[in-house]
Design a protein around this ligand. Structure first.
Ligand code: S3P
Length: 433
């Protein structure tokens, strides 16, 4: 499919409630499936990634019911069923694969985790190494990628794992395995990555004896959980409003976990006119509404490396925004972008150059000079966040921007072009002619 975005002839106007947070939805589904009893989940994201997790949870024995916009999960009490054929398809979702690898490595049956071409080429050694240290028996490809053949476990033991990468997927994988291991399991990371797992486990009845630490044998208990709006989806609206003249937009009930708000801090540093109001908390997460209006003078930013984990998924969008800001935006310490759904540094560099943007790519980052953005046709490379970042840029380009393989947007935000159109954008998703 091709998404065609026409330059905006007026500003974006209105209110939006973004879809449920993807990271939190995966965890709510997995924790409920492991729990004793029936969990009630509201606001869950239903996108391709989270539906892959939901299907896997059902294959592992969780029973799912839907009623009045809620999802109820009858948990397995940790006694998972061996999936028929032993195979679980994680689609495009790295979170689903890495978190479930932690759970499955402790089970007394064999299983195989695989995904689409992108997922099957992402690094899995980063979870295979700690899980093997715990006693798991996992075979990955020679390149350290999926399919992961996870052999029946003879029992795991707790470890203290010093992760080389600030990654919530690694951290959560090891902590989930730790729930089934003997002794305690602790993860230390170079910088705090998103902490949804640590916040949510206590609500599901698991107390953490210390930061990022679990005790083996702890049983999860069913819970009632409301998923906040996904800041990683809301940001597309915020960036679009910041750069499109005449815009005035409010985004409601967005998750504002400090490990996720790096992009908001960056927007402020760039001079965006943005305000957070109605702050409260929902289940385990801080939430609030965000109001933003067009900023005529967005300026470039030098992104502090310490901020990278707090905005790792928003960096493609920051690159798009930087193309419209005055000066040179500098991003470094972001080599992780090369192993996401695509090589996001390379994909954004190729696409932005096609739209006339001056930039210089580095192994771990990019410099982007703001200026004029032209129309043209760019490739999403099967990456939802790159596709939406180019789409936002289309609003201020001098002619239409077309994004190839835009169907991947459904990975995290199936309603993206509908929501943007409701605010006044002209975006059409169509078949390739
Ligand atoms: C996620 C963690 C991040 C993020 C991904 C979702 C999660 O990945 O990029 O989109 O839900 O734990 P890493 O943990 O590999 O940084």
């Amino acid at each position: 499919m091709i998404l065609t975005v026409q330059p905006a002839d007026s500003g974006l106007q209105g209110e939006l409630t973004p879809p449920g947070d993807k990271s939190i939805s995966h965890r709510a589904l997995i924790f409920s499936s492991l729990a004793v009893g029936r969990s009630e989940l509201s606001g869950l994201l239903e996108s391709e990634d989270t539906l892959a997790t939901l299907k896997a949870c059902e294959q592992l024995g969780a029973r799912v019911e839907r009623s009045a916009g809620k999802i109820y999960i009858n948990g397995t009490a940790g006694d998972l069923e061996s999936p028929s054929g032993g195979h679980l398809d994680m689609g495009n979702s790295g979170t689903a694969m890495r978190l479930l690898a932690g759970v499955l490595s402790a089970q007394n049956f064999d299983s195989t985790l695989s995904g689409d071409d992108s997922l099957n080429s992402r690094p899995m050694g980063r979870v295979v190494v700690p899980l093997s240290l715990m006693g798991a028996d996992i075979t990955a490809s020679a390149a350290g990628t999926a399919p992961l053949l996870i052999h029946a476990s003879g029992g795991l033991h707790g470890i203290e794992y010093v992760s080389p990468v600030a990654s919530a997927q690694i951290k959560s994988c090891v902590l989930l395995a730790g729930l089934f291991a003997s002794g305690t399991t602790r993860v230390l990371e170079p910088r705090l990555s998103r902490d949804h797992t640590e916040r949510m486990l206590p609500l599901f009845g698991v107390d953490l004896p210390a930061a990022c630490c679990v005790t083996g044998g702890s049983k999860l208990q069913a819970s009632c959980f409301t998923v906040p709006g996904d800041i990683s989806s809301a940001v597309f609206t915020l960036a679009a409003a910041a750069m499109t003249p005449g815009s005035d937009v409010s985004v409601r009930r967005v998750g504002l976990n400090p490990t996720r708000t790096g992009f908001i801090r960056c927007l402020k540093a760039m001079g965006a006119d943005i305000n957070i109001i109605n702050q409260s908390s929902q289940s385990t997460e801080p939430i609030g509404d965000i109001h933003i209006v067009f900023s005529s003078e967005l300026k470039a930013v030098d992104v502090p490396e310490a901020l990278i984990p707090d905005m790792i998924d928003e960096l493609p969008l920051l690159m798009a925004l930087a193309a419209t800001a005055s000066g040179i935006t500098r991003i470094r310490g972001a080599a992780e972008l090369r192993v996401k759904e695509s090589d996001r540094l390379a994909v954004m560099a190729v696409g932005l150059r096609k739209l006339g943007v001056e930039l210089k790519e580095y192994p771990d980052g990019i410099d982007i000079k703001g200026g004029k953005v032209f129309g043209g046709c760019v490739e999403s490379a099967g990456d939802h966040r790159c596709a939406m970042s180019f789409a936002v840029l289309g609003l201020i380009a001098s002619a239409a921007v077309q994004i190839e393989n835009a169907e991947f947007i459904a990975t995290s935000y199936p309603g993206f072009s509908r929501d943007m159109s409701q605010l006044g954008a002209n975006m059409q998703l169509g078949e390739r002619s």
